[in-house]
Design a protein around this ligand. Structure first.
Ligand SMILES: Nc1nc2c(c(=O)[nH]1)N[C@H]1C(S)=C(S)[C@@H](COP(=O)(O)O)O[C@H]1N2
Ligand SMILES: [Mo]
Length: 325
């Protein structure tokens, strides 16, 4: 991925490391000035929108905690989880999704499920919300860039969808497709990735109970910058496998092409399981920084095999995970 520093080369601290709201606001307005070259009314409007999102204007979403699938790690502050994002449809900078994703219209929204299934269907968000009991699951999510977060997601196992659509014997993989609408997503005009953003799993991976179809976070519906209204969260894989704002799910015979694998096949494999022993060609994957908790000067914490989710190991029995990275 593109790893970026601030324009003056200094790594800026996370909001939760600063107590004064005034300092936080002035830093953001400063960053915005840099980005725009000057402060104009459009910039001020964007700042106000971003602040509305940061304060949580998303509707509440009730869910029962599933303790057997929840990490005990300290949770990432909401403000960090919603202001430090990768969502290239809204720009490649970590702060851009929070600035621009307010233009995403998340209702009405439908997800079409098709391909090798006996019961293809198109479900709207209300149908998805009712398809199975909503659970809260606190998952670690580890980005391939070397940072991680701990987020209380809300959703249910993707296996509930699989049960409902009844895959045929030909369904060996599942492909997830994100919306790609230039009118709503300023980044879709850029050539940084092939659009729409697509990801994929082997069907047995998709059927693993940890694979979460996600509709909410922190007791609310998803923030737009985190992939509203529906996304995947696959905690044992690098973050980019967890596609946001999904509009299509296809059950297919062949391993699907995926956006990051197409852009750099030697760097981003189809499996992309978190693995501290397989380095990225340009950096080590042995350690990580916890956003909002580990400052830039703190010692990094060790990255765990499968991000600590050892339950998934049988899915890869007998596979050379250096070859199938
Ligand atoms: N459609 C889409 N999905 C995406 C991305 C993206 O750019 N576009 N970025 C991925 C990456 S690299 C990461 S680390 C996670 C970040 O999720 P978060 O912002 O909720 O922490 O989303 C993933 N899903
Ligand atoms: Mo990522």
């Amino acid at each position: 991925m593109l790893i970026k520093r601030s324009p003056n080369g200094i790594e800026l601290p996370f909001s939760s490391e600063i107590t004064s709201r005034e300092v936080y606001e002035s830093r953001r307005s400063f960053m915005k000035q840099i980005a725009a070259g000057a402060i104009g009314s459009a910039a001020l409007l964007e700042m106000a929108n971003r602040e509305a999102f940061a304060q949580g204007v998303n509707p509440k979403l009730a869910a029962k905690l599933n303790p057997s699938y929840s990490a005990l790690d300290k949770q990432t502050p909401y403000k960090d989880a919603t202001s430090y994002n990768n969502y290239y449809e809204f720009g490649t900078d970590k702060s851009e999704p929070a600035m621009y994703a307010n233009t995403l219209k998340t209702r009405p929204w439908t997800v079409t499920i098709e391909g090798e299934v006996k019961k293809p269907m198109t479900l709207d968000i209300d149908a998805l919300l009712k398809l199975a009991p909503l659970e809260e699951r606190v998952y670690r999510l580890r980005c391939v860039e070397g940072w991680s977060m701990v987020i209380p997601w809300i959703g249910y196992s993707f296996s509930e969808i699989i049960k409902k659509v009844e895959p045929t014997g030909n369904a060996k993989y599942v492909e997830f497709v994100t919306l790609a609408d230039k009118k709503q997503m300023p980044g879709v005009g850029s050539r940084v990735l092939q659009w729409p953003y697509t990801e994929g799993l082997r069907i047995d991976e998709a059927n693993h109970p940890l694979a979460l179809l996600t509709l909410g976070m922190y007791g609310e519906t998803l923030a737009n910058q985190n992939g509203a209204p529906v996304r995947m969260v696959l905690p044992w894989k690098y973050g980019f496998k967890s596609a946001k704002s999904i509009v299509k799910i296809r059950f297919v015979k062949e391993q699907p092409r995926t956006s990051w694998n197409l852009s750099a096949p030697n760097e981003y494999g189809f499996y992309s399981n978190v693995n501290p022993e397989v380095d990225h060609p340009r950096w080590s994957q042995a350690s990580e920084r916890r956003i909002g908790e580990d400052g830039f000067l703190a010692r990094k914490r060790k990255t765990l095999m499968f991000n600590g989710y050892a339950d998934v190991a049988p899915l890869y029995a007998g596979m050379d995970l250096k070859k199938f990275f």
